[in-house]
Each structure stands twice: as C-alpha cells, then as structure tokens.
Design a protein around this ligand. Structure first.
Ligand code: GTR
Length: 312
C-alpha cells in the first residue's frame, strides 16, 4: 500500500498555466475546465494550476516563457503569438474574417491544422482554438463617426507588430502597452483610444473611461490554448490523447461562454452610458489597409493561408 501510494505521489506532475484574464471570464473558466479534465483523464497524475490576471508576466513575456518551457500551458491571443510564430500573422489581418463562425469554419478544418503545425515548429502545441471575437476601437476623448476621426489619436495596441502597422495606416499613433496598463493610460490621458473585443472592454473597466465605441470588428481573430513542446514531448501517447480531448472540450465550453459574455458585456456597458457608432461602409477602411494585404500576400509564410481564406 505504502509503496503504491509513494509511487503514485512521485508520479504526480504539477504544471503551471499562464492566463491574462480574471475569474469568471470565458477564457479563465475554460482553462479551469481544461485543468480539471486533464486531472480527471490522467487519473490525477497531472495537476494544472491556472495563474490568472497575468501574474506570471505580461503576454509577450509569457509567449517566450511558454516557448522556453518555463510555463507549461497558456492561452494566447493570436497577435502576440504571431510575433513568435510569424506564419500566424495572416490570422490578424484586418477584415479577413467576417465573424467567428467564418473563422472557425477554417480553424476547425485543414487550415487550423496547418496553423497548428506552424505553431508546433515554433514551440507551441495547440490543444484548442478559443474565440477572440471581433475587436473595435473605443475612445475616451473623442467621438468616432468615421475611421478618419482616429487620425492623430494615440491608440493603445497590443505589443504586436501587425497591430502597430495597422494603427499607423490609420494615421494614428500606436502606443504598445501591456493589457493591465491600459485602464490607467486611458484615465491619465496618455492614450486617447484603445481597441478590443466587448468582453475585454467590459471586464477591464475600460468602458468607464472610454464611452465612445466605433464598431468596426476590424480584427476577428482566434486565441489559442497551447502547451509547450517540452511538455508535449514528455507525454505518453495515452496522455497526449487525454490532454487533446481536454483541450477540445474546453474550447467548446469557451465558445459557448463567449457568446453569452459578448451579449452581457454589451448590455452592461450600454447601461453605463457607452455610445456605439457602427461603421456604415468598411470599404474605405479596407482600402486604407491595402499595404498590409500587399505585404502579407507577398510573404511566403502567410500567402498560401491567406489565399485559402480569401477564396472561401
Ligand atoms: C484580449 C485578449 C488578451 C490580450 C488583450 C490585449 O482580448 O484576450 O489575450 O491580448 O486583448 O489587448 O492585450
């Protein structure tokens, strides 16, 4: 008995998971579900502790930590992830996907496998595609009625090249800041605007300062639940299957929770006086982004995927 319990105790592996969001957020709840399913599916041999609110470091740092195997599990937005795996940049191009259903039509099929293969080469094993929703601009100090009203604004962007390029094309000034610093920057007027999906706009409290949302959905992009290639290589085939199943199930949960949270976030911020202006015609904004399309179409690491998405 003693020998048995010692053996099982020594066989228990504790893993660390990085997460940027707070409790109750769809990503956090889905990661917790992933952790409990992994534990259950491996008979308790793997235990995952989810460190939320970016307590282990900001996202670009965490991307590097995961790649180096210093954290085992993480959930990343495709912007910061694409800086470590450039083949993923195609997924962040503005106005590429019309909505999440269009995006998952591709990601849940062959294209998702191709992106996952690129990520694996870069050190990230995808176990589930989560929904990053549609991102829109919002501002504290100005009402936006047209994308031209963004010209000259200091716009907070993720610390990710493609977002910086996008904002420059709007003739605005990109200010790359960690997620947790955006509320303070809006409050202190060191940035005028930011952009995000509605659940993050609401969960961070950005809506308390930035009351004007310009609904562009300029980027509809995925997020990815990943584990390090170091961890993956250490798993037996049966444990790989257990992790994969937990990842797929957590992604299903995430997408359900996401749709509900988008609706409740919009309801909450509307009650708090946020005004929405919907973009009437995206064509002029799309034209403005054309240097980006040109660049990534010419890039052999993104071209083929872009052609597949554009064709469908
Ligand atoms: C959120 C995303 C986070 C982070 C954040 C940001 O929508 O879920 O991972 O990328 O945006 O803007 O920094």
């Amino acid at each position: 008995m003693l020998a048995l319990s010692c053996a099982s105790a020594s066989a228990q592996t504790k893993l660390r998971a990085w997460n940027i969001h707070p409790d109750g957020y769809p990503v956090t709840e889905a990661m917790k579900r992933f952790a409990s399913l992994v534990e259950q599916n491996t008979g308790g041999r793997y235990q995952i502790e989810v460190f939320s609110n970016a307590t282990l470091g900001d996202q670009p740092k965490a991307v590097q930590m995961l790649k180096a195997g210093e954290v085992d599990v993480a959930e990343f937005s495709s912007g910061p992830l694409s800086d470590a795996a450039p083949g993923l940049k195609a997924l962040n191009l503005p106005f590429l996907f019309s909505d999440s259903a269009h995006m998952f039509k591709h990601l849940d099929g062959k294209l998702g496998e191709r992106f996952a293969a690129k990520l694996q080469t870069a050190g990230f094993v995808v176990l589930g595609w989560y929904d990053g929703g549609g991102r829109s601009f919002y501002c504290a100090s100005r009402t936006i009625n047209s994308f031209k009203d963004l010209a000259g604004a200091r716009i907070r962007v993720q610390q990710s090249e493609i977002y910086i390029e996008m904002v420059k094309l709007l003739q605005a000034t990109p200010v790359a800041l960690p997620f947790k610093d955006v509320l303070g920057a809006l409050e202190q007027n060191t940035v005028d605007c930011a952009e995000n999906n509605m659940p993050s706009f609401e969960s961070t409290g950005h809506y308390k300062v930035a009351k004007s949302v310009y609904v562009t959905n300029h980027v509809v992009s995925p997020e990815a639940l990943v584990v390090s290639t170091k961890l993956w290589a250490s798993l037996s085939p049966a444990d790989k299957a257990a992790f994969s199943k937990a990842g797929t199930d957590s992604a299903t949960l995430m997408r359900e929770l996401w749709n509900k949270r988008v609706a409740s976030a919009i309801e909450t911020v509307t009650k708090q006086g946020v005004q929405f202006v919907r973009v009437k015609d995206v064509a002029p904004m799309v034209r403005r982004m054309s240097p980006l399309y040109g660049k990534y179409m010419a890039d052999p690491s993104t071209r083929e995927e872009l052609l597949t998405i554009i064709g469908n």
